[in-house]
Design a binder for this molecule. Structure first.
Ligand code: ARG
Length: 459
């Protein structure tokens, strides 16, 4: 298609390094959509005769049907999806196919196709994250009262509820979704009509093609239009951040599913066995979600480094933009689906969680707070008194609430038996009613608020 000035064809290696068809064929639908919009505009503007525009539009439908039925062949000689589609069009409708590329370059074409593809990827990730939030919300509601240890430094810190813990991930996912939404709004402008880099002398209606492709309008600078890949980087940034969150949740499942913790049993559907140790039930899916996050972050780094230092406008390096985006999209989709499945089907061992919360002197802060509130003791002193109570309980091998009143009074005689009202893990979580706190009433409010937010999204 571009061979007019050449006497010889490319070498085999040249052909191979040049070709993007093995991966960019994933954009065939976007390429057909873009061409359909472009030729309709060329026809309307009288740049191509109406009957030619109609013949091209009909031919594009035939090519689409062929790709749909038979797939897109890896024809390296045709380089990329844009040239392959045009070649197939020409096979179908003859030389009139040559009018499609009027006032267009592969540079604005690929920028348009890729934006359409990334926009779809954003929409899919958003919807999948919505389903993950729904799964987290329903498990959180089920466990709004279930006590578990809250950790800092992975040491038992204070009791929290499992519902509160799961709601923390609902917050993270909400931010991930809002980042995707922001990226989508910013990217939704159409580069088509920027041509190779400088615009074109043909009397285009760029607003028409933009609208036909669901963009908010045309991009404003032709050089920027063909050289910008911010939209892909922003998508990967949002994907990488999402992957970090998924990886943290996956890590919790790996820890919780281990025998010493035993906080969760993964269903058979989300476990694998070992080929040598018959007793094993491994959390492979969670481990792979954790592992995939590294590859997704790697995709972001890959594209950033590709784009770094490229002069305006288009350079062929930019063809390497697609594999990392495709890979991140595939891995992210799988990871979100796997975490959603694990959250939905996990059995939470609330008995084990509760006894772990009780075992770690997790209500020590509640004792200190009680001494401040009821005894008028400064917090630092209360902290010290409580530390002595913890040491006494630890030495006796009992929980804080198993210390007798005599033992407690020996430590500080301002303690009286009303203190037992705050030493249980239930009393502890119920008392944490500050906005955003773990008290079951607050957790239920947070769940209701998140659900209202989800309804607004859907509307
Ligand atoms: N296959 C190319 C890409 O993905 C299409 C654009 C090529 N443009 C060019 N002038 N060689 O970036």
């Amino acid at each position: 298609m571009w061979g007019g000035r050449f006497a010889e064809g490319p070498s085999a290696v040249m052909r191979e390094i040049n070709a993007s068809i093995p991966f960019d064929k994933r954009m065939w639908q976007q390429d057909i959509r873009g061409s359909r919009a472009h030729v309709a505009m060329l026809g309307q503007q009288g740049i191509v005769a109406p009957e030619d525009a109609a013949a091209i539009a009909a031919g594009l439908e035939q090519v689409a049907a062929e790709f749909e039925a038979a797939g897109v062949p890896d024809d390296l000689a045709l380089e990329d999806i844009h040239m392959l589609t045009e070649a197939r069009l020409s096979d179908r409708i003859g030389p009139v196919a040559g009018r499609l590329h009027t006032a267009r370059s592969r540079n604005d074409q690929v920028a348009t196709d890729f934006r359409l593809w990334v926009r779809d990827a954003i929409d899919q990730a958003e919807a999948a994250l919505g389903a993950l939030q729904d799964a987290l919300l329903s498990r959180a509601e089920e466990h709004a009262d279930s006590v578990m240890p809250g950790f800092t430094h992975l040491q038992v810190a204070q009791p929290v509820t499992l519902g509160h813990h799961l709601m923390a991930y609902v917050e993270m996912v909400a931010r991930d979704r809002s980042r995707l939404t922001d990226a989508r709004a910013r990217m939704n402008l159409c580069p088509l009509g920027s041509a190779a880099l400088a615009g074109t002398g043909f009397d285009l209606d760029r607003g028409m093609t933009a609208a036909a492709l669901g963009f908010d309008g045309p991009t404003r600078n032709s050089l920027d239009s063909v050289s910008d890949r911010d939209f892909a980087i922003e998508y990967l940034t949002a994907a990488a951040q999402t992957a970090l969150h998924l990886s943290r949740l996956a890590e919790e499942f790996v820890i919780w599913a281990s025998q010493p913790f035993g906080f969760v049993s993964l269903s058979d559907q989300w476990s694998t066995g070992s080929s040598i140790m018959p007793q094993k039930r491994n959390p492979d899916a969670a481990e792979l979600v954790r592992g995939h996050s590294g590859r997704i972050v790697g995709s972001l780094v890959s594209l950033m480094i590709t784009m770094k230092g490229l002069p305006l406008a288009y350079s062929k390096d930019m063809q390497d933009d697609k594999p990392p985006v495709f890979e991140a999209h595939d891995l992210l989709g799988l990871s979100i689906a796997a975490m959603t499945g694990m959250v939905e089907s996990a059995t939470f061992r609330t008995d084990r969680m509760r006894s772990a919360a009780e075992a770690g002197f997790s209500t020590a802060t509640d004792l200190a707070d009680w001494l401040v509130r009821e005894g008028g003791i400064p917090f630092r002193e209360a902290h010290h008194i409580t530390g002595r109570a913890v040491a006494a309980a630890e030495a006796a091998g009992i929980r804080l609430d198993q210390l007798s009143i005599t033992q407690l009074k020996e430590i500080d005689d301002r303690i009286d038996d009303r203190v037992y009202g705050v030493l249980s893990v239930e009393a502890s979580v119920s008392s944490r009613t500050s906005f955003g706190g773990t008290a079951p009433v607050r957790v239920r409010e947070a769940i209701a608020a998140a659900r209202r937010g989800r309804e607004e999204d859907v509307r």
